[in-house]
Design a protein around this ligand. Structure first.
Ligand SMILES: O=C(O)COP(=O)(O)O
Length: 229
């Protein structure tokens, strides 16, 4: 990867699931254990991929909806709590880094570009996953789905991450795979890079990002398209 020092942004905000890590196997396996507890058939990996990105509660709601069970209120809260408990037992067994993730995080660090992980997954499991991969040294702050009052696509988490990092929104780029990521960037008036291969039914070129790359290994290409901020 070849990035001129002048064009590095002051900070990059990375989405976690489907962007830095491929976590669909652990998430699907946990939600399927939960479905089984309620005598429901499992969902497929393909279905799970289209359900991730708006937090664990939405994943539970969507998984049961796929079995024609509409959950809300206290019932959804209880099952989301059970999901968190099941998922918490096995956060990383089948989870792997997305191609180029670690190298890019290292490059950000080496070039003085601050890094935040901004994920709709709750903060505690997100921290554990990042620690599991030994990425703490590259990540300056983690903003989870329970850190702020509102989740992505609201811009609040991105603005909070910028405040934590001490950088302006205009000096920062959001990198993500799904509508919640790119919408939150647009709602924050932040430049964004959409990465293919993540968890969305929407063709990444139609997400509304500033530019689209195939994998994180092409981050330099995305940056070149955006130009200096
Ligand atoms: O939906 C989730 O739990 C994770 O979402 P993320 O794509 O924001 O990391």
């Amino acid at each position: 990867m070849n990035i001129n020092n002048n064009v590095w942004p002051k900070a990059v905000l990375f989405d976690l699931d489907g962007t830095l890590v491929d976590s669909v196997y652990d998430l699907a396996s946990a939600v399927n254990i939960l479905l089984k507890q309620y005598d429901q058939e499992p969902i497929t990996l393909l279905q799970a991929r289209s359900m991730i990105g708006n937090g664990l509660k939405k994943l539970v709601e969507r998984a049961f909806a796929a079995r024609n069970i509409q959950l809300s209120g206290a019932e959804l809260d209880v099952r989301s709590g059970q999901m968190m408990e099941i998922y918490g037992r096995d956060l990383t067994t089948l989870t792997v880094p997305m191609p180029g993730a670690e190298a890019l995080l290292r490059m950000c660090k080496n070039n003085g570009c601050k890094v935040a992980v901004v994920t709709n997954k709750p903060e505690d499991p997100s921290r554990k996953i990042i620690a599991h991969f030994g990425w703490d040294e590259f990540v300056d702050t983690i903003v989870g789905g329970d850190t702020c009052a509102k989740k992505k696509p609201d811009p609040m988490m991105l603005q909070f991450a910028c405040d934590q990092l001490g950088v302006a929104v205009s000096d920062t780029i959001m990198v993500g795979d799904s509508p919640a990521d790119i919408d939150s960037a647009n709602n924050a008036a932040m430049q964004s890079i959409a990465v293919r291969g993540g968890y969305t039914n929407v063709e990444p070129g139609r997400l509304g990002a500033s530019t689209v790359i195939d994998t994180l290994e092409e981050f330099d290409v995305g940056l070149a398209v955006i130009g200096s901020l």
